[in-house]
Structures are given as structure tokens and as C-alpha cells.
Design a protein around this ligand. Structure first.
Ligand SMILES: CC(=O)[C@@H](O)[C@H](O)COP(=O)(O)O
Ligand SMILES: NCC(=O)COP(=O)(O)O
Length: 238
């Protein structure tokens, strides 16, 4: 079964727009879990435009499912934040400063030595590590020798191409997943997954352990309500 981790970045975006505490991020995380989500994902960025570093400490106190912190490990502040909170999983994303959203995976060949070192830091602290990668077989194979437990397949290209033809859109992801299985890596996925494209992805990617979904899910909740929406996403994964 593929697990759903709800990314609550966009709840923080809405909260921050007025400076108060509405919507209450901690309450939303608790409610997502109550509605069936099997994980909570946050992606604090250096400018704290949505998740603030302090939010992570508050969330750590109340999340009872899997807590997944995503971000750029080249920022020492991010490394310190993760080590101080010891989530179940850290997902390492090679963002550059000021990026609108994540837009590429790691070059696991060029960054092999760096990844080995930083992954060891988190693993020594007992934190499961996943690294964000494009659906490219060579990148997946080289991920295996970094010491990471899992990869997160960056699904923007799949989501973008899905309306033009789902078979072609998913083909590189199936190859990447098969390569991951061969080298013993767990498989997560995320970015731009939504109610249209999720079911086909989950049905066709072997051993997909987890999806993290934020932007579309929170947008859908405006129409369907958060409880219904979480359950609609969960139904795509059975
Ligand atoms: C790694 C990934 O795909 C997501 O974490 C995504 O980057 C969400 O971040 P934003 O909410 O800042 O767009
Ligand atoms: N790791 C992907 C994630 O957490 C959410 O991405 P998106 O659904 O906001 O595009």
C-alpha cells in the first residue's frame, strides 16, 4: 500500500499572508492525521515564506504519523533543524536560493561524495533518508551507493505530460522504479500529483511506498473540504 503524506506548506502560506495564526498549522496537521493521512510533510525554505523553522519544532511535538522534513541540506540551518527534531524521514532536495518551488533532482554522480557524507550525518542520528531524483536510471543507480534508504521521484514531468498521454508520461518513471528496486532502494514520489494523475501513477509504479502531496490537495480542499479531500486522495492509493 502506498502511504499518503500531506504537505502542509500551503497552509503556512495562507497563515503568513495575514501575520496571525489562522489557519492554525498545528491543528491542520492533527486534522490531516485524524482524516487518515499517514504522514505530514513540510519543506521549510531559507526565506521562511511558508513553513517557519519554529513550526517544525511545534509540529514535531504533535505529529503521530510519519514526519517528513524536506529541504536543502546545503543550508547548515536546515541540517541543524532536522537533527534537532529527528523526524522519521528527511528528504534531501537540491534547491537553489530563491527558487519558486523544487524543479530538479540531485545529480547523484557529480554529488556522490557530498551525498555520502551528508546522508551519513542523518543516518547516524537514526533518521531515514530519501533523496529527490529525476526519473533517470543512471541517477537512480548512483543514488544506491550514496547510502540513502529511499529516493523520491520528482513527478513534475509526469504530471505535466499526463494529459497528452499517460503511457508516455509514466514510462521513464517505471524504468527508474525498476532500477531502484534492483539496487534495493525504497521509492517515494511527489510534486504536482493530483486527483487526476495519482491513481494511474500509484497503479503502475512497483513498490511505491509513499507520495507527498501539497499544492493540489490543499487547493482541492477549498472545494471539497479537508476531510473529504484527504479521503479522496487516499482512495486513489488503494
Ligand atoms: C520537493 C518537492 O517537490 C516539494 O516539497 C515541493 O518543492 C513543495 O515545495 P513548495 O511548497 O515550496 O513549492
Ligand atoms: N515532495 C513533494 C511534496 O511534498 C509536495 O509537492 P506538491 O504536491 O506541493 O507539488
Amino acid at each position: 500500500m502506498t502511504r499518503l503524506s500531506v504537505n502542509i506548506n500551503k497552509i503556512a502560506t495562507l497563515r503568513n499572508s495575514r501575520g496571525g495564526n489562522n489557519p492554525n498549522l498545528v491543528q491542520v496537521a492533527k486534522d490531516c492525521e485524524r482524516f487518515g493521512a499517514q504522514g505530514i510533510t513540510v519543506h521549510p525554505r531559507p526565506d521562511e515564506r511558508h513553513i517557519r523553522y519554529n513550526d517544525v519544532f511545534e509540529l514535531k511535538k504533535i505529529v503521530t504519523t510519519e514526519f517528513n522534513i524536506e529541504g536543502n541540506c546545503q543550508e547548515q540551518k536546515f541540517v541543524d533543524l532536522v537533527l534537532a527534531n529527528k523526524p522519521e524521514q528527511v528528504t534531501l532536495v537540491p534547491d537553489v536560493l530563491g527558487q519558486l518551488t523544487s524543479n530538479h533532482g540531485w545529480d547523484t554522480i557529480k554529488n556522490q561524495e557530498y551525498l555520502k557524507e551528508i546522508i551519513a550525518v542523518f543516518k547516524n542520528a537514526g533518521i531515514r533518508v530519501s533523496i529527490f531524483v529525476d526519473p533517470v536510471v543512471e541517477m537512480v543507480e548512483a543514488a544506491a551507493t550514496t547510502g540513502t534508504d529511499r529516493i523520491e521521484l520528482y513527478t513534475e514531468a509526469y504530471a505535466h505530460q499526463y494529459p497528452q498521454g499517460k503511457e508516455a508520461a509514466i514510462a521513464p518513471f517505471i524504468k527508474a522504479a525498476e532500477a531502484a528496486l534492483k539496487v534495493g532502494l525504497g521509492i517515494n514520489a511527489g510534486h504536482d500529483l493530483d486527483l487526476n494523475n495519482l491513481k494511474y501513477f500509484a497503479q503502475n509504479i512497483p513498490n511505491l511506498e509513499e507520495v507527498s502531496i501539497g499544492h493540489a490537495l490543499i487547493s482541492d480542499a477549498l472545494y471539497y473540504g479537508l476531510e473529504n479531500t484527504v479521503q479522496m486522495y487516499l482512495r486513489q492509493l488503494v
